[in-house]
Design a protein around this ligand. Structure first.
Ligand code: 1PR
Length: 540
């Protein structure tokens, strides 16, 4: 049994989750920071994050490329994750001109948007197994692993012998490879719950993986794998009047009790509740720090601590939002949004969500028509990848008598306004709904996609906390505006509301808060209902 594993740390992204997953298997981590250290490594994990080009440039400039190739050729166990798989190929469309490690023949290419699927692929998909091995049990292929990527490698005659599994997303692509002791996955085992932890445990404890079989066979037809619709639990976190960090929940964003005392509603402790939702089967957990527009989140150590503690036991993706913008600390120190986000990633976040600042960025962008490359969205996407940048939108419905009444994008509505208006547009707000801006959600989300955002978290102030169902008109509008994934949020009151929103508006995920916190409809009940009563693909 190997009690130590080396992790190649080239200084990018969230490797805390990988480290936490290794610790769960009772194995200690040795970080490799110098190329010379690779020669003495006995087992190596390479958690690649970010973009192909910047990853390879980093490996090259730090002198890792040749020693890494040597390690891989040595036959010692290697486990590449995500970019740790992609860099094994010869190159990638993501960064034309940059050469990969060239261990596996083939190029990495972008998902074809003509398939009409959201790109990046974000969520839980299955794997078709083409080889037998001690790493992956045959029964596990039908379960689901967490994927998040825009680029993929296709199986070809030249690389077929490497293919352990393929996955379908418009096209059949390579989701893992295994040859000898070289193993790599496009999915993130450290974010794939129990299934992923089990995979880590086997990699860490086995000396050899006993792969048999010839790999991918293009003449064999197999049913396609399916990406599941995600069910997300959201925790709005803020300090209460006693200064404790609590999970709270508003009605149309008002988090104070209506009764005597007017206290901030306290629905539990953030870390414990997040862990509960993980055990319950949440496909993702989101924290929104809803006081942060008042304080600098870098001084907000408790929130970073919440993240760190949560990521020790929660092995599904974690998103954190609130206060991600250029800040100035009370002592006058400037804190660019990128630095704020970096702090969150280092503490265990996989994605950050940007609310108010996205509105300001887009207002500027639409005024000038030029991308400066300096906005929070652009900078964070460049360093951490598009998939790490979520835009949290807080819309308010505005009724109009006709589309000509405003310059904003309007939609016809089945729920007429107070004066019988048949149309509406959705106004963006900032500062937790306190300030409404003259910018439409349609325009905002399209601009954010152009600027490099990877996902939209679509709230709705009119619906928040009402238990009356999602605003399917809003969600359908945004699904039609962008090609990046959209999370439907606000208004869930029962399991059937999830069915309705998936069926009517086809979002990539649906999020709820109140019904889970108040245990009115526990998360497992929502999933059970969807699996038993609908054909919507759900991770069990
Ligand atoms: O603007 O970048 O600092 O981010 C602030 C973040 O905090 C934004 O994402 C904003 O949505 C959120 N936020 C700010 N104030 C509040 C508030 O409630 N007073 N919460 C707030 C937003 C909405 C969702 C909620 C769903 C589902 N809460 O988080 O979870 O509406 O609720 P439901 O299922 O109970 O209906 P920035």
């Amino acid at each position: 049994r190997t009690m130590e594993v080396s992790v190649l740390d080239y200084g990018a992204g969230n490797i805390l989750s990988v480290v936490n997953a290794i610790k769960k298997a009772g194995v200690t981590v040795k970080f490799i920071n110098e190329p010379a250290e690779l020669a003495s490594a006995k087992k190596l994990i390479f958690p690649g994050v970010g973009a192909f080009g910047s990853c390879m440039e980093r490996l090259n400039s730090l002198g890792f490329t040749e020693p890494l190739k040597e390690y891989i050729r040595s036959g010692k166990p290697y486990f590449g994750i995500c970019l740790g798989l992609q860099t094994l190929f010869e190159g990638s469309d993501e960064s034309p001109g940059t050469t990969g490690l060239g261990i596996i023949p083939g190029l990495v290419t972008l998902f074809d948007p003509r398939h009409g699927l959201s790109v990046p692929q974000m969520g839980w998909n299955q794997a078709t197994q083409w080889k037998q091995s001690d790493l992956l049990l045959p029964s596990e292929a039908t379960e689901r692993f967490y994927f998040v990527h825009s680029f993929k490698a296709l199986p070809t005659d030249d690389n077929a012998s490497w293919v352990l599994t393929t996955t379908d997303y418009g096209e059949k692509y390579i989701s893992s490879v295994l040859k000898g002791n070289v193993f790599a996955t496009q999915f993130h085992p450290e974010k794939s719950g129990k299934l992923g932890l089990e995979l880590f445990r086997r990699f860490l404890t086995l000396d050899t993986f006993n792969a048999t079989g010839d790999g991918y066979d293009k003449t064999k037809s197999v049913p396609p794998t399916v990406l599941a619709k995600r069910v997300i639990a959201c925790l709005d976190v803020r300090s209460n009047d006693q200064g404790d960090l609590v999970v709270t929940k508003g009605d149309q964003y008002d988090v104070r009790e209506k009764e005597e005392g007017n206290n901030v509603r306290n629905l539990g402790k953030p870390v414990a509740l997040a862990e509960q939702y993980y055990v319950d089967g949440a496909d993702e957990v989101t924290f929104l720090n809803i006081t942060s527009f008042r304080n600098s989140p870098l001084q907000d150590q408790p929130m970073l601590d919440v993240l760190r503690k949560t990521s020790e036991n929660v092995f599904v993706p974690l998103t954190i939002g609130g206060g991600i913008q250029d800040l100035v600390d009370p002592d006058g120190t400037k804190r660019p949004a990128l630095e704020v986000a970096s702090e969150y990633f280092r503490s265990g976040a996989d994605k950050v969500s940007i609310g108010s600042d996205a509105v300001r960025v887009v207002e500027e962008f639409l005024k000038s028509g030029t991308k400066t490359g300096l906005s929070s969205i652009e900078q964070i996407a460049r360093v951490y990848g598009r998939q790490a940048v979520v835009i949290s939108v807080d819309p308010k419905r505005v009724y109009v008598a006709s589309p000509e009444a405003v310059t904003h994008h309007t939609i016809p509505t089945k729920v007429p306004g107070p004066n019988g208006e048949g149309f509406c547009w959705y106004a963006c707000t900032i500062k937790g709904g306190r300030e409404t801006r003259d910018l439409g959600v349609y325009e905002l989300t399209r601009a954010c996609e152009q600027l490099g955002a990877g996902e939209i978290l679509l709230n709705c102030i009119d619906k928040d906390g009402t238990n009356s169902g999602y605003d399917t008109e809003l969600i359908s509008m945004v699904k039609g505006a962008v090609t990046i994934p959209v999370i439907a949020s606000s208004g869930a009151g029962c399991a059937a509301h999830f069915q309705e929103v998936f069926a009517v508006s086809n979002p990539d995920a649906a999020l709820a808060a109140g019904i889970f916190h108040r245990k009115e409809v526990p998360l497992p009940e929502v999933k059970k209902f969807l699996m038993e009563n609908t054909s919507i693909p759900i991770r069990g």
